[in-house]
Design a protein around this ligand. Structure first.
Ligand code: PSV
Ligand code: MN
Length: 388
């Protein structure tokens, strides 16, 4: 099968990908953060930019916040502003990586005062979720150590379990906690949540409302990420994705840019495991646009996810199953590759038009004049950026 059926298209129509507010601010590396004209000066402007992505693609109806970067006086006002722009406020990300007190740890710290402060920061995030209507609290911890012997890793794991328990107990209603893992950076010897197994062990101890977040950039090179996707779905613990792509480390580049085939394989496992358009499995981007324009960078990203989803939907599962049962290694592989190599772009473009969307969202955005408008309008003030 080489064309998308009406069933496939109705699956694609329901797809939604959450955007990170920080993708619209300036970012860079430890060497330099480059400013771009028109960069938002506050969370309201970030939301307005994110809404452009949704307007041109109908793929990105919500925006994740990062606290304290996106702190505002009135979350009711921010929520209304988002709604006026046709988007919703999504996941709230905590931040325990930029406070002097957290230099040697936060939720794992041996000093009770510092650990209390880190837990209280998460309570504040939950209060914000109550106001924004957000469902997910996403926790990524920068803590760990740089040198063997620096820390008692076991004691830190115990304190982490206790801290998470306190945070979990504070959730209400439909709220969830998602725990993101990362095997390095900023700590280089050990991190306290390095891998999916540790995240799984910690969230499994908490309960049903705690899930694992899989950031595609947070694995050692060569890791079979789709295997982890399969396993977490199988265990009912894949809560969310932070999509991005990487050539070397946690590069935070446009999803699907470095290795489209890996993205295809990941989404194929999501579909296989019932995770597509499943509200329990949130699709989010976690990217930075260091040198390219940010809004088109995000448009390209959601289109890449849509395109790989379309290709993965084309996998002929009957043929695949038959080949697998027959131990026909090459035939099974060919079924997958046939779907992967199908160019779905012309059909997706046509389909977009039938829905009143631009056939080419990148071109439509470029022609809209929005980029020039924000460059002209947003003069003065401090551009949002790493830490702002
Ligand atoms: C850490 O590398 C991470 O992936 C976490 O999700 C953070 O919240 C995000 O990047 C932005 O700093
Ligand atoms: Mn992430």
């Amino acid at each position: 099968m080489t064309t998308l059926s009406p069933d496939h298209l109705s699956v694609l129509e329901k797809q939604s990908i959450e955007l990170p507010s920080w993708a619209f601010g300036n970012s860079g590396t430890r060497f330099r953060v480059f400013a771009t004209e028109g960069t938002p000066r506050d969370p309201f402007e970030k939301i307005a930019d994110a809404a452009q992505v949704h307007k041109h693609t109908a793929l990105a109806p919500s925006v994740a916040l990062h606290i304290p970067w996106d702190k505002v006086d009135s979350y009711d006002e921010l929520r209304a502003h988002a709604e006026d722009h046709g988007v919703a406020l999504g996941t709230v990300n905590s931040n325990t990586f930029q406070d002097e007190d957290f230099k040697f740890g936060a939720l794992t710290h041996h000093d009770d005062r510092i650990r209390r402060k880190a837990i209280d920061h998460h309570f504040e995030c939950i209060d914000i979720m109550d106001a924004t209507g957000s469902r997910d609290l996403k926790i990524w911890l920068a803590e760990g150590s740089n040198y063997p012997g620096q820390n008692d890793m076991r004691a830190r794991q115990d304190r982490l379990a206790d801290s998470l328990q306190q945070i979990y107990a504070r959730l209400t209603g439909e709220q969830r906690l998602v725990l993101e893992y990362k095997f390095f950076e900023p700590s280089f010897y050990h991190t306290d949540v390095p891998d999916w197994g540790t995240s799984y062990a910690q969230v499994a101890a908490l309960g049903d409302k705690a899930m694992v977040c899989l950031d595609t950039g947070h694995h050692a090179p060569g890791t079979n990420i789709e295997f982890i996707v399969m396993q977490l779905l199988r265990l009912g613990k894949l809560g969310s994705f932070d999509f991005n792509s990487r050539f070397y480390a946690d590069d935070d580049l446009i999803v699907g840019a470095a290795d489209p085939f890996q993205l295809f394989r990941i989404i194929a496992e999501v579909i296989r495991g019932g995770g597509l358009n499943n509200p329990d499995v949130a699709f989010m981007l976690d990217q930075c646009h260091n040198i390219e324009d940010k809004i088109p960078g995000q448009i390209r990203s959601v289109l890449n996810v849509q395109e790989m989803t379309a290709r993965a939907l084309l996998i002929d599962h009957d043929a695949l199953d038959a080949a697998q049962q027959a131990n026909d290694v090459l035939a099974a592989n060919a079924v997958l590759m046939d779907a992967f190599y199908t160019d779905v772009r012309p059909q997706l473009a046509q389909w977009r038009e039938t829905r009143g969307l631009p056939a080419d969202p990148m071109a439509a955005y470029a022609a809209s004049g929005y980029q020039q408008q924000i460059a002209a309008d947003r003069v003065g003030g401090t551009q949002a950026g790493w830490g702002a």
